[in-house]
Design a protein around this ligand. Structure first.
Ligand SMILES: NC(=O)c1ccc[n+]([C@@H]2O[C@H](COP(=O)([O-])OP(=O)(O)OC[C@H]3O[C@@H](n4cnc5c(N)ncnc54)[C@H](O)[C@@H]3O)[C@@H](O)[C@H]2O)c1
Length: 267
């Protein structure tokens, strides 16, 4: 995808958690196209290095930080390091996530806690750490990556609960710190074809093919669908957007594509 982006993004610092692969890597690619300064937080060293090296080879100003987002000290120290290295953080994307598709009865407490640690506790720790600097400069755009699962029951029980909490955290930050020049929004993606689906693809290689008929736009999403939304929300083109659920889902939340002909008796 050739990204269209606002000129003021050039030189602005963006931090992306979970930028080693999939949607996070594509966000970094989009940010590089916009000439932003990029910091990636990622647990997987090989993927982190691959993202950083490939974007750097194309001229990007990007630095990788290996962090386990389940460890509070690591997060806090890394954010301090980024503030030292880059001078300031202007855009922060809580993108990293853990997905467990076990149903409620099959869910272990260990997996439930891991899901909450990565999907809601880590964003809380990150946001708490970056806010003082943003408030001081009266400028900051925080983007939390939510999910359509938070809006309706479509499986993945612990993941859904954790992401619903993240949607709520967005509203809290937007309302409490809006007066300090901070904007905070949730992007709400539908199905995006990424590596996190691999286990499910192994069980059913047609999973995306089977899902696409539910989507009014007739396809599942691509990482660039979400990366483009990040560039928009990070820019000054969205100066009055805060506290929103910015839905990027091919129309899924508007209605299931196969349903209305059944209701109307024309199927
Ligand atoms: N793929 C989809 O269908 C879909 C749909 C809706 C929302 N989303 C959301 O989009 C975001 C990105 O999804 P994705 O499909 O790219 O996922 P992904 O699993 O491919 O990528 C997530 C990244 O986060 C990193 N990460 C996980 N735990 C970490 C930890 N403890 N410390 C540091 N890094 C860690 C992983 O190593 C990985 O690089 C997530 O927030 C996800 O919930 C995805």
């Amino acid at each position: 995808m050739t990204y269209q982006f606002a000129a003021e993004l050039a030189g602005r610092t963006i931090v992306i958690t979970g930028g080693g692969r999939s949607i996070g890597r594509e966000m970094a690619t989009a940010a590089a196209a916009a000439k932003m300064k990029i910091a990636i937080l990622e647990i997987n060293k090989a993927n982190l290095d691959e993202t950083v090296n490939s974007l750097r080879a194309n001229g990007a100003d990007i630095t990788g930080y290996q962090v386990d987002l389940q460890v509070e000290d690591q997060i806090i120290n890394t954010i301090k390091e980024i503030e030292r290295d880059f001078g300031k953080i202007e855009v922060f994307v809580n993108n990293a996530a853990f997905h467990d598709s076990a149903d409620l009865i099959a869910s272990s407490l260990e997996m439930w806690n891991k899901t909450l640690d990565i999907n809601i506790t880590a964003p809380f720790i990150c946001i708490r750490a970056i806010l003082p600097g943003m408030i001081e400069r009266k400028f900051g755009a925080i983007i939390n990556i939510g999910t359509v699962n938070s809006k309706m029951m479509i499986g993945s029980d612990s993941y859904t609960a954790s992401k619903a909490a993240l949607h709520a955290l967005t509203r809290t930050v937007a309302v409490r710190y809006g007066g300090h020049g901070i904007r905070c929004n949730t992007i709400v993606p539908g199905t995006i074809a990424t590596e996190v689906w691999q286990e499910r693809i192994d069980r059913n290689p047609s999973v995306f093919e089977n899902l696409k008929s539910w989507y009014p736009m007739g396809r599942v999403g691509k990482p660039s669908d979400i990366a483009a939304a990040v560039l928009y929300l990070a820019s000054d083109q969205a100066p009055w957007m805060t506290g929103t659920e910015f839905v990027v889902d091919g129309g899924l939340l508007a209605g299931f594509a196969p349903m209305y002909p059944v209701v109307e008796g024309t199927d």
